[in-house]
Structure formats: C-alpha cells, structure tokens
Design a protein around this ligand. Sequence first.
Ligand code: SAM
Length: 224
Amino acid sequence: MRERWLNERRQEHYYRLAKRTGFRSRASFKLMQIDERFDIFREGDAVADLGAAPGGWLQVARELVGEKGRVVGVDLRPIKRLDDVVTIMGDITEDSTMLALVKELGGKADVVLSDMAPDISGNYSTDHARSVHLCKYALGVCDRVLKKNGKLVMKVFMGDMIPLLRDETERRFTEVKMHSPDASRPTSSEMYMIATGFKAQTRVKMVERQEEKPKEFTIKGDLL
Ligand code: SAM
C-alpha cells in the first residue's frame, strides 16, 4: 500500500516537474534518466526520434546534442514547432515517411530513438504484439539510417515475443540491455531496449527515389 502511494507520488512529481520546467511530456525524464545511465548522446550527434509527439524527447535530444547536432522527429500526429528541430508527420511503416526521414537527416544518424506506442486496446497480448510490430519497424529504420556503432533506445511493451525481438536486436548490435527508468509508471508494462554498437551488416538497400524503380515493359513477347 505504502509502496503504491510512494510510486504515485513519484509519478505526480515527474508530471509536475515536466509542467514547471517546460518539457512537453513526463517522458522527457525517462530519456534523461536513460542518458544519465547509458550515456547515449554526444555533442554534434544526428538523432532520429520515432513516435516523437508531443515532443518531450525531442526537447531533451535537442539540448544534449547541442547546436551542431541534428534532430528529426516523426509521428502520426502533428508536433508543435520546436526551434532547431525538424518534424515529419507520417506513419513510419510507410515508405514515403521513411524516405522523408532519410532526406531530412541529410546523412546517417548516430542515435535512433523510438518511444512509439500503439493505440492501447486494453488487451495485454494485442498491445504487446502491436508494440513489437512497431519495434520491428524501428529496427528497419536502423538498418537504413544508423551509422556503424550507432545507438538505439526503443520502447516495448512486455510479453512473450520479447526473446524474439531481443534476438533480432542482438543480430544488429553488439550490446543490448533492458531497462525500466524510474520515471516510468511502476504499473506500466513498458521497458526500454538500450542497444549499442550497431554492426551495420544488415543494412537494406533502398530505392531513394520513386523514379528509380525498375520500369516494367507493357509490351510483352519477343519484338525481333
Ligand atoms: N516520446 C514522446 C515524447 O516525449 O513526447 C512520446 C511518444 S508517445 C508515448 C507515442 C507516440 O508514438 C504517439 O504520439 C503515436 O502517435 C506515435 N506512433 C505510434 N505508431 C506510430 C507510427 N506507425 N509512426 C509514427 N508514430 C507512431
């Protein structure tokens, strides 16, 4: 009982702190705690933030990479303007959004963040499966835009597919850790995968522009 009361107070504390300090979401503190523990950001880093609305992680990343860094956020929902941050409204599971991200990054990223979450159905295994599905897309983004030795911070809802997702992540990174920051709700099933040392072996070649797709001939048969 006392434990629950303490946890509720702690969450309330982060919520009020976010309001007072001008961060857009309580989630900002999760990323700050993750960075404190795992030393994610360097000055000048390029960062891709997937599932970035309302922008709490973007604010933290912007601060930590400094003026020379580049921060690009993607979300299904619109994100209110933030200085020196580029935002893309779109679904990361769609090629057009992926291409827009590649274009806005203007090069490879040092860090990929994914705080993406599906709409919550309330059914534990459905929400878990949808969360894992989004994580697989986040790994796909790494394959395309992450630099060798780059880092990934990725949220996932716990469930029985975690070992498979972990395997897929370990194929790509030299080290993978699971972590629950203090600022996460203790009742939440969310965890963060912190993956470092991207191997850059599984990178998928992608068609950069639609016109570059091989054209199909409409005339069939032997013309000679
Ligand atoms: N990190 C954010 C912050 O600090 O403000 C909070 C992110 S919120 C927990 C999860 C976000 O994931 C939602 O805004 C949702 O729209 C986004 N999302 C879910 N599926 C997505 C998808 N397929 N493509 C892009 N964004 C997605």
